[in-house]
Ligand binder design. Structure first.
Ligand SMILES: NC(=O)c1ccc[n+]([C@@H]2O[C@H](COP(=O)([O-])OP(=O)(O)OC[C@H]3O[C@@H](n4cnc5c(N)ncnc54)[C@H](OP(=O)(O)O)[C@@H]3O)[C@@H](O)[C@H]2O)c1
Length: 319
């Protein structure tokens, strides 16, 4: 019965992605919550941790005992978030690392700093996200959502692989989006050079790529004891969504999830022992379908050619 309600919530989207879905499903979870101190002795890094869902994930990690690294592109905003996390979790171990995930040099500098200061990395959450209005590029000429959601995370993962491998049971989590259900993989135009640019389309395509690439990355890293997961948080009331989709967010605000509710599945994936089944797409602590529309399905060779393009452009040796 509970499973039937859960599936119905998933298929009907609107109730499932809102607080209603979270609270109905939550009634079955209480014994499955992370134990106090579940991350004691571990190191966790969250990108885009100064705001919204990323800040909530980082706060939960800090409360569960992790040495928590807030990877942020703006150290002032990051410093404010760090102080707020320390107010919420006095005595927690929280540090800042500068990381613009869309900029290769910044990613490399962040990975170098982490390697210098920490021998291992147990959890890496690729949370940083953008929904631009106009097509823009990073300094290397890559479209911004591709650089932020795909190329930067692949490069950061590549540079941090030795630290992740030394953890024993490291977890990588992509904060993707249910928006990806509407878009296929952009195999022929990964940089969105053709047609009229729509930020929401670019966003959904690159979130689709995160979900499609998670199992490939998982396959590359499994023998080093690293598991890779993707998840979507539902519709969450955050500064990012208010700025990017003002009408959508003001219409839905009363029903939207809080940032803590949106963070829940990422925290659960990072802390549950043994590790939940890797390479899958999760929402509200359950594996979800990756497609609901026929036109979003792709043959394996399309996936592998896009994967290869992205690894090359990311400068990541994860082939
Ligand atoms: N809210 C939702 O309903 C929803 C639904 C599905 C998926 N998501 C996903 O959840 C994640 C968090 O989004 P949110 O809603 O919490 O939005 P948010 O409040 O805007 O947070 C996004 C974070 O990403 C950071 N960021 C953006 N570009 C970056 C870059 N190049 N380098 C480093 N950090 C960067 C932002 O930093 P600045 O403060 O410096 O801009 C901010 O801290 C995103 O991946 C988003 O796609 C959200």
């Amino acid at each position: 019965m509970i499973r039937a309600v859960d599936t119905l919530l998933d298929r009907t989207i609107v109730p499932g992605y809102t607080r209603l879905g979270f609270h109905l499903r939550r009634t079955c979870w209480t014994r499955d919550d992370p134990a106090a101190g579940a991350l004691r002795g571990r190191t966790a890094m969250v990108t885009g941790a100064n705001s919204g869902i990323g800040k909530s994930i980082a706060t939960r990690f800090a409360a569960l005992g992790a040495a928590t690294v807030l990877a942020v592109r703006d150290l002032d905003r990051g410093g404010r978030a760090r102080r707020e996390i320390l107010d919420a979790v006095p005595g927690a171990d929280v540090e800042l690392a500068q990381c613009d995930v869309a900029e290769p040099a910044s990613v490399d500098a962040c990975a170098d700093a982490l390697a210098r200061d920490h021998g291992t990395l147990d959890v890496l959450v690729h949370n940083a996200g953008v929904l631009p209005i106009d097509r823009t590029e990073n300094s290397a000429g890559h479209e911004l959502t591709l650089a932020t959601h795909v190329l930067g995370p692949l490069r950061l993962t590549d540079r941090l692989t030795p630290l992740l491998a030394s953890a024993g049971d490291a977890r990588i989590i992509f904060v993707a989006s249910g928006g990806m259900y509407a878009q296929p993989l952009p195999v022929r135009d990964p940089e969105y050079r053709r047609g009229e640019y729509r930020g929401a389309t670019a966003y959904a395509r690159t979130k689709r790529m995160q979900v499609a690439f998670a199992p490939l990355l998982d396959g590359r890293l499994a023998d080093q004891g690293v598991s890779v997961h993707s998840m979507h948080p539902g519709w969450v009331d955050t500064p990012g969504i208010s700025a990017a989709l003002p009408r959508f967010s003001s219409a839905l605000r009363p029903a939207m999830r809080t940032a803590d509710e949106g963070a829940d599945t990422a925290v659960w994936l990072a802390t549950t022992t043994p590790s939940p089944m890797s390479g899958h797409f999760w929402h509200d602590r359950r594996i979800r379908h990756e497609h609901y529309l026929r036109h979003t399905r792709y043959p394996e060779d399309h996936l592998l050619s896009l994967w290869s393009y992205c690894l090359d452009e990311a400068g990541a040796g994860l082939h």
